[in-house]
Design a binder for this molecule. Structure first.
Ligand code: ADP
Length: 213
């Protein structure tokens, strides 16, 4: 059972989602992915989904007030159950980080996956995922043994609309402007664990497990 919560920071495609789902099974910790939450709402055509569809698919950020409220509710739920969690994709702006601070959320480490821009551009163009179980694959490094189908459930794998080149460019531009300052925010608080060489996913996982278990 994990002793502390985790905040993951890193460019789109840096591996936050993949590493989070491995940690979920190894450390009894729950992944809260704001991207997954939005995609699910879009998929189910809920009121929220319809509101954020165009924003998410173009690669822009959903307004902070919407995202903050969703995360706050999730955190309340987790804390009520004494369950440790991973924030994957939140906070993504300094305003979101400040919002977290004023929830008296203290019990966390921040893991920053520092990956080169060209590496993530290459990865995103080759990324496929399963709409049903959410597992993510990569043609270059992590290809499904049953490509183009999911290893878990045999579903046809798809590419995310926002993994198209135009949207990727926009996401990386916004990341540099809005999310890079969040890294400094946590560095100043002495909360940051930076992992640079993380092609070896197992080493990364072990490093994190050492800290949280
Ligand atoms: P990635 O990290 O690969 O960019 P995510 O799945 O985390 O992808 O997020 C997908 C999209 O969901 C983002 O591009 C954005 O539109 C929206 N989103 C996710 N998290 C946030 C957030 N914290 N604030 C604003 N928008 C968000």
């Amino acid at each position: 059972m994990a002793r502390t919560n985790i905040i993951f920071l890193g460019m789109p495609g840096s591996g936050k989602g993949t590493i989070s789902s491995i940690l979920e099974t190894k450390a009894n910790i729950i992944q809260i992915s704001t991207g997954d939450i939005f995609r699910e709402e879009i998929n189910n055509k809920t009121e929220l989904g319809l509101k954020v569809k165009a924003i998410v698919e173009s690669g822009s950020y959903v307004p902070d007030d919407i995202t903050n409220k969703i995360v706050e509710n999730k955190i309340i739920q987790m804390q009520a159950n004494n369950q440790k969690f991973i924030l994957d994709g939140f906070p993504r702006t300094v305003q979101q980080a400040m919002f977290l601070d004023q929830l008296n959320f203290e019990d966390y480490i921040v893991v920053y996956l520092d990956v080169e821009k060209q590496v993530v551009i290459d990865r995103l163009s080759q990324r496929y995922f399963c709409k049903v179980c959410k597992k993510s694959y990569n043609l270059a490094s992590f290809k499904s043994k049953k490509h183009p189908y999911c290893e878990n459930d045999g579903e046809l794998l798809i590419q995310r609309v926002d993994d198209q080149p135009e949207a990727v460019k926009k996401r990386l531009d916004i990341y540099e402007k809005e999310t890079a300052p969040v890294i400094d925010f946590y560095r100043r608080k002495n909360k940051l664990l930076t992992i640079t060489q993380h092609d070896n996913i197992n080493e990364t996982i072990d490093k994190i497990l050492d800290i949280i278990l």
